[in-house]
Design a protein around this ligand. Structure first.
Ligand code: PMV
Length: 328
């Protein structure tokens, strides 16, 4: 009873920042993301009658905090399978964990796909997306590839708070260049940060009021493959989310100096050098530059020369979470 799955992180262009239910991870607003291909999580899940507790190794080391979240997610699948079997989870990321690169998104997407197969459940993608969401809100989106929309949903049980594919990766090939400016774990996780913003930011109501319009505009830009419109909307939505974070009490300031330098450099590349590129930043210090594939090497070179940029990763858009053969 074992299976191995791979999932890639996704990067939101219209962000999710606020929950209407913290237990079920129900978002207050919808979101829109792109799934990467070069960064991955690979997770093997093995149910074993001899185990008394779930066990987890993340990049080879025990990790109690991740184990607790993974166990709670596995409980949802165990309940559906009618089993109490415990599991051994072996998970690896080929990129920094918990530093704003969405490792929880790829992590929970890979976990539900592997556990579903190991238990022989055969759940559909929509259900897997719903289960991944309960592990981490953004994980619901990594079930799908390319451009993905996530619905806020209206039901209290969260059955309609699921992701759905909007456009295949191949239908609008884009690239993402990630400038890693810190490999430290973020000081406040996204769940606690969202709750703080909801309770204390004076800008939070405005954030919610404008979310549906941002989402609709981004969806139109994606359907029309309108890069300029998507760039303007994504940068606006990103900085609006950070305005909410920064106006929370105590403030959530995820940036460092290099984060700001990267954002300025990306704007200059677009406005002065005419490159098709825009930035987005999540709950961490890394900057993601979204660009056309031909611009990616020049964007990567420009970001790599900034002081404080420790590493530059390049990716195209990729597929949703999937099972791997044992040989992979
Ligand atoms: O899914 P979480 O709890 O890691 O929250 C994700 C929050 C952001 O990355 C900042 C925005 C988003 O929509 O991915």
């Amino acid at each position: 009873m074992d299976a191995t799955a791979q999932a890639q992180p996704n990067i939101a262009l219209v962000k999710y920042w606020g929950k209407r239910d913290t237990r079920l991870n129900l978002p207050v607003t919808g979101s829109l993301s792109i799934t990467l291909d070069a960064l991955w999580t690979r997770t093997r899940v093995e149910f074993d009658a001899l185990l008394r507790h779930d066990e987890l190794r993340l990049n080879g080391a025990e990790d109690p905090a991740t184990l607790a979240r993974a166990s709670a997610c596995l409980d949802l699948l165990r309940r559906r399978a009618g089993t109490a079997l415990r599991a051994r989870i072996d998970t690896r990321n080929n990129f920094p964990t918990a530093a704003g690169l969405a490792s929880s998104a790829s992590g929970f997407a890979a976990l539900v796909v592997a556990a579903d197969a190991a238990l022989g459940l055969g759940l559909d993608r929509r259900t897997l997306s719903m289960l991944a969401r309960q592990g981490s809100g953004s994980a619901a989106r990594s079930l799908f590839g390319g451009f993905v929309g996530m619905a806020a949903g209206q039901r209290d049980d969260g059955a309609d708070a699921v992701a759905q594919p909007l456009l295949d990766a191949a239908a609008w090939p884009l690239a993402v260049v990630v400038a890693v400016t810190s490999d430290r774990r973020k000081h406040v996780g996204s769940g606690a940060g969202m709750e703080r913003s909801r309770r204390t930011s004076p800008f939070y109501p405005a954030w919610l009021d404008s979310a549906a319009a941002d989402l609709a505009a981004a969806q139109r830009a994606v359907q029309a493959r309108d890069f300029a419109a998507l760039a303007e909307l994504s940068e606006h939505n990103c900085l609006k989310m950070h305005a909410v974070m920064q106006s929370s009490r105590p403030p959530l300031l995820y940036w460092n100096g290099a984060t700001v330098d990267c954002m300025q450099r990306i704007r200059a590349l677009r406005e002065d050098a005419g490159e098709q590129v825009f930035f987005t930043v999540d709950a961490g210090a890394q900057v993601k530059a979204v660009c056309t594939p031909d611009a990616a090497p020049r964007v990567a070179a420009a970001l790599a020369e900034l002081s404080g940029v420790e590493q530059v990763l390049s990716s195209r858009l990729g597929e949703g979470a999937r099972l791997l053969d044992d040989s992979e």
